[in-house]
Design a protein. Structure first.
Length: 86
């Protein structure tokens, strides 16, 4: 399971567009996804999910029990090479 090696993103404001994340549904299903941006409602986020049955856009809300996991443990969303150049 991907979730075993991933860290939960506790503050969704830290999500970075076009970055890969793993979505963990309330039922325990995992979806590899790319963050697209905030949803129309507060506390929601839009992702482009990659699933065996097909790819598609999904809007999730924290209140619905979804978790967002970093696809790479320790990845804080910052471009480390870019940060060093500054």
């Amino acid at each position: 399971m991907i979730a075993d090696a991933a860290e939960v993103v506790s503050d969704w404001a830290e999500l970075v567009p076009k970055r890969a994340y793993v979505l963990l549904s309330p039922d325990g299903d995992e979806l590899l996804s790319t963050y697209g941006g905030p949803g129309e409602k507060a506390g929601a986020a839009v992702f482009f999910a990659h699933a065996p049955g097909g790819d598609g856009e999904i809007t999730i809300a924290e209140a619905d029990g979804w978790s967002v996991l970093r696809s790479i443990p320790g990845d804080d969303g910052h471009d480390r090479d870019h940060d060093r150049e500054q």
